[in-house]
Ligand binder design. Structure first.
Ligand SMILES: Cc1cc2nc3c(=O)[nH]c(=O)nc-3n(C[C@H](O)[C@H](O)[C@H](O)COP(=O)(O)OP(=O)(O)OC[C@H]3O[C@@H](n4cnc5c(N)ncnc54)[C@H](O)[C@@H]3O)c2cc1C
Ligand code: FES
Length: 303
């Protein structure tokens, strides 16, 4: 078993950085990609996250939310002098709207890396990466890591409609309708990971949810539970559905949760998740998503 990220510099201790914005790119109607730069030495594992202060440091709360906002890392490129981090955000409120307003040269106050990150078992020879909505960032980073370890990869990505597919490609109309993978979807192609694309309204790719696309793919191609691992991130309902599927297939599955958080560092207890615990009197206990997660075994969670 290795923690995803092994073989690279070890995951660094959480610290506060005044990161410099290198650029921002719009990916779809709601998602943007922010590239920020921190000094060399920052090292995160896929599945870890950063807490971003989504307002100017000196500004009052009126200029942005008081609490930091958690974001998974979508990418990390380090050299001797600096580490470039990628964050993909979906604009849903004040904090993410503030991120949307950042430009090259701005400073962003972040704390990280936080949380546990994904682990990859030695017997994992093949991985399905299942993402819905804005769940793809930690899986993009994991795909690069699995590629380094030569583990075969296939991604499943689902959005509500074609305008919410976070791909730069213009060819969304050409995505197959029958849950067949495409090899050259821009960001995923960079880590040689084919993708099955689905939309809830059928406006691109498979018509249905990402878990229905996965079910269709598995019904046609089968799976080998002795070599396959599934990694997922997305809305809670999607992950709960996936947990039922993987229990039926007896496949190991890790999910990255996006539970509402405040401090992100174990102090406020606002991010509890109910998990099975045989040693607890009632057979369950709470875990802190920020410290003991955000990655959990799907079978551990009481959905
Ligand atoms: C570990 C972790 C990793 C995350 N990674 C990403 C990421 O990579 N990209 C990304 O876009 N978002 C990610 N999120 C969610 C992100 O933190 C929230 O969308 C963000 O905090 C919203 O801030 P806001 O000020 O814009 O919205 P707010 O004004 O705080 O909220 C706007 C609306 O969004 C809802 N909301 C806020 N947070 C969440 C959440 N976690 N889940 C569901 N609904 C929420 C609120 O209830 C409200 O209805 C992650 C969350 C966690 C816990
Ligand atoms: S967010 Fe404060 S304890 Fe987890």
């Amino acid at each position: 078993m290795f923690a995803a990220g092994d073989g690279q510099p070890k995951c660094s201790q959480p610290a506060r950085y005044r990161a410099e914005v290198l650029g921002r790119t719009r990916l779809c109607d709601e998602h943007g990609l922010l590239q920020i730069c921190v000094p060399a030495g920052f090292a995160a594992r896929p599945g870890q996250f950063v807490q971003i202060l989504c307002r100017d440091e000196a500004a009052t709360e009126a200029a942005g939310p008081y609490l930091r906002r958690p974001f998974s890392l979508a990418g990390q490129k380090a050299d001797k002098h600096r580490t470039v981090l990628e964050v993909v955000y979906r604009v849903v409120g004040r904090g993410t709207a503030w991120l949307e307003g950042r430009a090259a040269g701005d400073r962003v106050d972040i704390i990280g890396p936080l949380g546990n990150g994904f682990t990859v078992a030695n017997d994992c020879k093949e991985a399905f990466l299942v993402a819905g909505g804005v769940g793809h960032p930690p899986l993009m980073m994991l795909a690069h890591e699995l590629s380094r370890h030569r583990i075969k990869r296939l991604a499943f990505y689902g959005a509500r409609r074609s305008g919410l597919l976070p791909f730069r490609t213009e060819r969304v109309d050409a995505f197959p309708r029958d849950a067949e993978p495409v090899a050259d979807v821009d960001e995923w192609a960079a880590c040689e990971t084919p993708v099955v694309v689905s939309t809830d309204d059928g406006s691109a790719g498979f018509h249905g949810t990402v878990t229905e696309a996965l079910e269709t793919y598995v019904a046609r191609n089968g799976l080998d539970p002795t070599r396959l691992c599934i990694y997922a991130c997305g809305p809670q309902r999607m992950l709960a559905g996936l947990a039922r599927q993987v229990a039926r297939w007896r496949v190991a599955c890790q999910v990255a949760l996006e539970t509402l958080m405040a401090c992100g560092m174990g102090s406020c207890q606002s991010c509890v998740v109910r998990v099975r615990a045989m040693d607890a009197p009632d057979g369950w206990r709470y875990k802190l998503c920020c410290m003991e997660g955000p990655v959990f075994a799907a079978e551990e969670i009481i959905w």
